[in-house]
Design a protein around this ligand. Structure first.
Ligand code: ADP
Ligand code: MG
Length: 301
C-alpha cells in the first residue's frame, strides 16, 4: 500500500516508528508536513500540492496532527478524504476530540463515566458553577489546552473564584471540574485501536504535582486495567468516532471517569511502558480496514 503520514517532523519517535513498521510490512510510506500542503478546492477533481508538486494518490493516511495545527491540519486531511484516501482517524473525529467540552458532551450522551463538570460564561454565575461541581478543591481547564498546560488546581473557594474570574476576564473558554483527589496525581492511558485496548499505562505526576502528563515530568509504568476500565475506553473511542486514540481515565471513588480522548496519542511512552509493538498494530489495522472512499464523512464534515 501507499501510506502517507501527516507529521511535521520525521524525527519524532511516533513518526519514526510508524515509518519503520510500515516499511517492515512492505508498504511505501511518505512523511508529509501538513503546513507545506496547499490545495485547489475549486476543482471537481480535488488534489493536493506539496512543495511545488502535485501529490500522488495514497491508499491510506495517518494523521499525526499537533494541537497547534488542528485547523489547517484537519483541512488538509479532509482533502485527502475527498480524494478517496482512507484516513486512520477521520477529520471530523479529530476536530471533535480537540474541544474538551464538546468531547465531554458526546461522552455524557453515551452514558460514559465522567468527572462532574460545569461551564459558564458569565462572572455572575461563578458561585453556582463552583457549587455545581461540589466546591473547592476543583480543577479549572482551558478548553483547548494540551500537555497539562492550562489545567489549574484551585484548592480553596477563594482561589477558584479568582482564577475563574481571571480566565473569564481574558475571554478564555474554560470548564470547571470536580477534583478527583483519590487518583493521587495519576491517570491511566488506554491505547485503543479499533475496538480493542492494545496497551495501557499508568502515568504518575512528579512529586507534588497533580498533573500526570509526561510533558510535565510524569513517569509511566505498566498497569493492569479492569474490565470496566477496558469497556469504558472502548466505548469512549467509539463515541468520538476515533479508530486510534488514547483514552485517559482517572480512578475515582465513583468508578473510572474519562478525562479526555487524544486523537494523536504518542507512541514512545506506551511502547516503552508496555513493551508492545503499538506502531505495528496500527499498520495492521490499516491493512485490515483501509478501503477507498471508506470515510463516513468523505470530508463532508
Ligand atoms: P491536557 O489536555 O492538558 O493533558 P487533562 O484534562 O488531561 O489536560 O489534564 C491534565 C492532567 O491533570 C491529567 O493527566 C490528570 O493527571 C490531571 N487532572 C485533570 N483533571 C483532573 C481532575 N478532574 N481531577 C484530578 N486530576 C485531574
Ligand atoms: Mg491529558
Amino acid at each position: 500500500m501507499k501510506i502517507a503520514i501527516l507529521s511535521r517532523n520525521k524525527k519524532l519517535y511516533s513518526t519514526r516508528r510508524l515509518v519503520e513498521e510500515a516499511k517492515e510490512r512492505g508498504h511505501e510510506v511518505t512523511v508529509i508536513d501538513v503546513l507545506r500542503c496547499y490545495m485547489n478546492i475549486t476543482s471537481m477533481r480535488p488534489s493536493i500540492h506539496y512543495r511545488g508538486e502535485t501529490l500522488e494518490h495514497f491508499d491510506a493516511v495517518i494523521p499525526r496532527i499537533g494541537a497547534s495545527v488542528t485547523f489547517y491540519g484537519t483541512a488538509v486531511l479532509r482533502q485527502f478524504e475527498m480524494m478517496g484516501t482512507y484516513p486512520l482517524n477521520e477529520s471530523v473525529a479529530i476536530t471533535r476530540s480537540r474541544d474538551k467540552l464538546r468531547s465531554l458532551q458526546l461522552l455524557a450522551r453515551k452514558g460514559i463515566g465522567l468527572p462532574v463538570t460545569g461551564f459558564a460564561n458569565s462572572p455572575d454565575d461563578i458561585e453556582d458553577l463552583i457549587a455545581q461541581v461540589g466546591g473547592a478543591p476543583l480543577v479549572i481547564k482551558l478548553l483547548e489546552g494540551t500537555q497539562g498546560i492550562g489545567v489549574v488546581l484551585a484548592e480553596t473557594h477563594k482561589a477558584a473564584e479568582s482564577v475563574i474570574q481571571a480566565f473569564m476576564g481574558l475571554n478564555a473558554e474554560i470548564m470547571v471540574q470536580e477534583f478527583i483527589k483519590e487518583a493521587g496525581g495519576s491517570d491511566i492511558r488506554c491505547f485503543v485501536i479499533g475496538e480493542k485496548v492494545v496497551a495501557a499505562m499508568k502515568r504518575q505526576g512528579a512529586e507534588g504535582e497533580f498533573r500526570s502528563n509526561l510533558h510535565r515530568g510524569g513517569t509511566a509504568s505498566l498497569v493492569r486495567i479492569t474490565p470496566e476500565e477496558r469497556s469504558t475506553a472502548v466505548r469512549a473511542a467509539r463515541a468520538m468516532g476515533l479508530n486510534v486514540c488514547g483514552v485517559d481515565i482517572l480512578r475515582s471513588n465513583h468508578g473510572p471517569v474519562v478525562m479526555e480522548v487524544n486523537s494523536s496519542p504518542g507512541l514512545e511512552g506506551i511502547e516503552n511502558a508496555s513493551n508492545k509493538n503499538v506502531a505495528g498494530e496500527i499498520i495492521t489495522f490499516i491493512e485490515k480496514n483501509s478501503e477507498p472512499n471508506k470515510t463516513r464523512t468523505r470530508g463532508k464534515g
